[in-house]
Design a protein around this ligand. Structure first.
Ligand code: ADP
Ligand code: MG
Length: 248
C-alpha cells in the first residue's frame, strides 16, 4: 500500500442539532478526504463545526445525511458493535482534555486499551512500555495523572492512541491546554505517526503555530469548507557548484 492512499473519504456530510424549536445546521454537506502518511489539519473559528466533523468521520457521531468511507468501509452502515470494533482496532483519539483515568498509572492507561483489544497481559504491558518510551515518558510510567504535568498527560494520551499503531488518528484541539513548547512536542509526535507509521492524522486546531506541521490545511467556516490547501513542497537544496570544488 502506498503511503499516499486515501484513508477517509466523505461525501455530503450533513448534521443539524435541535435547539428549542429550531434547528441549527452545523455541517452543510461537507466533502472531505484524508490520506495515509499525511497530517490533515482542520482549522476554523469556534463553533464552525470542526468537532462535529471529526466526530462524524471517526464513528463517534452519526451524521443526518452523507457517507463516510474509512479504510474501505462505509462506517455508518456498520452495526454498532462492528463500528465499536472498527474504532478500537483502527482509530486513535486525542482530545484537548487528555481523558485519562485518575486512578491509573501512565502504564496502566495504555495497557488497558491493549488488553481490551485482546492482547495478552504480558504483551500489553511490553507494548505499553514501548509506546510510553517513544513519547519520552520512560521515567514516568508509574505515575498517576495528578503527578504529571499537562504536557506529560497529553503524551500519555498520545502513547495510548499510538500504542495499537492505528491507521487513523483523530486529534481534537490536542495542544490547546498546553504551552507552546509542549504543543510542539505533541504535534511532532503526531507528525511522526503519519510519516513513520503511515497513519492518516486528522487534527483539529485553531492554533496557527501548528500549521507549519500540516501537509494540508482545510478551513471550515459555518459548516462549509472554504479553503483546502496543500503545504508547498520543500524546495530541493539549490545546486551549488562551489560545493563540488571543495576537496576537488
Ligand atoms: P467547533 O468544534 O468548530 O468549535 P462544534 O462542532 O463543536 O464546533 O459545534 C458547532 C456548532 O454546533 C456550535 O454552534 C455548537 O453549539 C453546536 N453543537 C455542537 N454539539 C451540539 C449538540 N450536541 N447539541 C446542540 N448543538 C450542538
Ligand atoms: Mg471543537
Amino acid at each position: 500500500m502506498s503511503s499516499k492512499d486515501t484513508a477517509i473519504q466523505a461525501h455530503g456530510v450533513y448534521k443539524r442539532f435541535k435547539t428549542g424549536r429550531t434547528h441549527i445546521e452545523v455541517l452543510k454537506r461537507v466533502d472531505f478526504d484524508a490520506r495515509h502518511g499525511e497530517v490533515t489539519m482542520v482549522m476554523g473559528p469556534s463553533g464552525s463545526g470542526k468537532s462535529t466533523l471529526v466526530a462524524s468521520l471517526s464513528g463517534l457521531l452519526k451524521p443526518d445525511e452523507g457517507h463516510v468511507t474509512a479504510l474501505g468501509q462505509e462506517i455508518w452502515k456498520l452495526r454498532s458493535g462492528k463500528l465499536d470494533r472498527f474504532r478500537l482496532d483502527h482509530c486513535g483519539f486525542i482530545f484537548q482534555g487528555f481523558n485519562l483515568f485518575s486512578a491509573l498509572t501512565a502504564l496502566q492507561q495504555v495497557e488497558i486499551i491493549l488488553k481490551h483489544q485482546g492482547l495478552a497481559k504480558r504483551e500489553a504491558r511490553e507494548k505499553a512500555a514501548r509506546a510510553l518510551t517513544e513519547v519520552g515518558l520512560e521515567k514516568r510510567m508509574n505515575q498517576r495523572p495528578s503527578e504529571l504535568s499537562g504536557g506529560e498527560k497529553q503524551r500519555v494520551a498520545i502513547a495510548r492512541a499510538l500504542a495499537k499503531d492505528p491507521r487513523l488518528i483523530f486529534a481534537d484541539e490536542p495542544t490547546s491546554a498546553l504551552d507552546g513548547e509542549n504543543g510542539q512536542i505533541v504535534i511532532k509526535l503526531l507528525q511522526r505517526a503519519a510519516k513513520q507509521h503511515g497513519a492518516a492524522v486528522i487534527c483539529v486546531t485553531h492554533d496557527p503555530r501548528l500549521e507549519a506541521y500540516a501537509d494540508r490545511v482545510i478551513h471550515l467556516e459555518d459548516g462549509l469548507i472554504l479553503d483546502d490547501r496543500r503545504a508547498a513542497p520543500v524546495a530541493p537544496a539549490a545546486h551549488n557548484p562551489a560545493h563540488e570544488l571543495v576537496g576537488a
